[in-house]
Each structure stands twice: as structure tokens, then as C-alpha cells.
Design a protein. Structure first.
Length: 131
């Protein structure tokens, strides 16, 4: 899967934001990447153009059904600093999904120099809805 999105500033006609992403999946393995551009806009707190790239992967845990491990990283191209790194362990049998993620952000992230542990839990119904 690939995709792109662009937002044009209505009065200047220039690109205000834009992004491109790609995701590839094969036999439980997943690879994804993303590029994001945000034009400088002092009214919104964006003092300089932002250019960011992120990439990540998901792999099944060997010899254990329904478990996967994922990791990702992000880089702020404009300031030449890391943006975010993270990893997680997840269970998903199609009806019950849960997991834990650990993220650390860099100095140019919107929440700079932050460390997070995120726990998720999702119960899925027969019609595909989740609770």
C-alpha cells in the first residue's frame, strides 16, 4: 500500500503540508515508511520548514502463535536529530488484541525528551467492531 496527501495554503497556493507513506506486508512481516513535510507557519508555532522520515517493521515472534514484535524510528531531517524510537510486543488472535509499547522521543519532537510505556487492550466482536 502506498499513499500521499497534500494540503495547499488557500491564499498563497503553496504546499502547507504534505506526506507520502508506504507499507508492505508479506506472511506476517510488515515494513512501513513515511515522509512528512510541514511548511513554516509562525502562527501555528512552526518556525522553520519541517522534514521528517519514519520507518518501522513488524515481525512474528518465532514458535509462538499470534505474537508479533515491532520497532520504529524517526529522524528530523531539517535539524539532523532523532525524533522518536520505539518498540513493542503484541498479541492478536483476531478476537482479542493486547500489547505493550515503549517509546522515547528526541529533542525536536512535539513532546521533547519524553519516555512512554503504552499498554493497549482491544476486544473484537463478531461483526468486526471493537470494544
Amino acid at each position: 500500500n502506498t499513499g500521499a496527501k497534500v494540503q495547499i495554503h488557500p491564499s498563497t497556493g503553496k504546499v502547507a503540508r504534505g506526506g507520502v507513506l508506504g507499507s508492505w506486508r508479506l506472511n506476517g512481516y510488515n515494513l512501513n515508511d513515511r515522509y512528512l513535510y510541514v511548511a513554516a507557519n509562525p502562527d501555528r508555532g512552526v518556525l522553520a520548514d519541517q522534514h521528517e522520515v519514519e520507518g518501522g517493521y513488524t515481525v512474528p515472534v518465532p514458535f509462538v502463535d499470534y505474537w508479533s514484535f515491532d520497532a520504529f524510528t524517526g529522524w528530523d531531517i531539517a535539524s539532523r536529530q532523532w525524533l522518536i524510537n520505539g518498540a513493542g510486543l503484541h498479541y492478536n488472535d483476531g478476537y482479542l488484541a493486547y500489547g505493550v509499547d515503549v517509546d522515547a522521543t528526541g529533542p525536536t519532537n512535539t513532546t521533547p525528551n519524553d519516555f512512554r510505556v503504552l499498554v493497549s487492550y482491544k476486544l473484537k466482536g463478531l461483526g468486526g467492531g471493537s470494544f
